[in-house]
Design a protein around this ligand. Sequence first.
Ligand SMILES: [Zn+2]
Ligand SMILES: [Zn+2]
Length: 295
Amino acid sequence: MPSAPSKLYSDDVSLLVVTLDTNPFFWSTFSVPFSDFLSQVLAFLNSILLLSQLNQLVVIATGCNSCGYVYDSASSKNHVSPTASMPALYSNLLHNLEQFVARDQKLSKPDHDTRGIVPASLLSGSLSMSLCYIQRAFRSGSMHPQPRILCLQGSADGPEQYVAIMNAIFSAQRSTVPIDSCYIGSNNSAFLQQASYITGGIYYKPPQLDGLFQYLSTVFATDLHSRAFLRLPKSVGVDFRASCFCHKQTIDMGYVCSVCLSIFCERHDKCSTCGSVFGQAQKDVTSANSKKRKA
Ligand SMILES: [Zn+2]
Ligand SMILES: [Zn+2]
C-alpha cells in the first residue's frame, strides 16, 4: 500500500464515515433491540465529535433496499443552536433515520418475507456512498481531515453484492482509506473481514453486546495516527472465499478467466464478462500460427 499523501491538517483529525445497518429483517430476529444498539452507537458518535473540534462525522444508513445519508456534522443545519433541548447529533440523526427507515420499507418487494430468508443489507451501496463522500473531501483542497470508514453491520453477507463490494474495497485501498468493521451478527462476515484486511482497517466482532460502547470507544475511536502506538485487535483468520459471477454463490473452488479474472463455479466455453473464448482460444492461436508459417 503506498503511503498516504501529506496533509496540512494535524494528523489526529478524522473524517469518520459510519455505515449503520438498519435492515429491519435482521433486527426483528436479533437478540438485542435496535434501540439499545443505537443508544450505544450514538454515545460513541458523540465521543468522536468531542475528541476534536475539527473531527467530522458522516452517518449513512444501510437499508435492504436503499442507502441514505442521515447525518453530516459539516452541514450547517447540524450545528448546535443554544436554545435546543437535545444535541443536534441526536435530534437530527434520529429524525432522518426514522424517515429513512420508513422510505426504505416502502421500497420492499412484497415477496420478500414469504421466503423466510433474511435479505442482506445494501453494504455495497453504503460503501460506495462513503467513498464518494471521501473523494469530495479529497478534492476540496489539501486541507482535509484523515478519512476512514466504519461499518456497523449485523446482517449476513449478500453474495450477489460480491463484485460491487470488492470494487469498493479496491477503490478504498487505492485512496488509502481504511475500512474498519464492527460486526455484531452471529457468524463472521467474509466481506467485511476482506475489506478490513485489504485496506488495513480493523475487523472486530464484540463478544458481548451490552458493553458495545466500550468496544467501540476503545477500538474504533482511535485516529489513524494513534493506531501506531496501540495494541489493537489483530485479524485471526480471514475468509477469502469468493462468489461466482454466474450464480452469485460463495464457492470454495472455481474457474477463473485468465483475461479478466472473473470467477465461475462451472466450466464455460466463453467468459460472460469479457467475451474471451476458452476452449477454442488454443486452436485459434495454433491455426493462426500455421497460416503465418504458410505465408
Ligand atoms: Zn455460478
Ligand atoms: Zn473474462
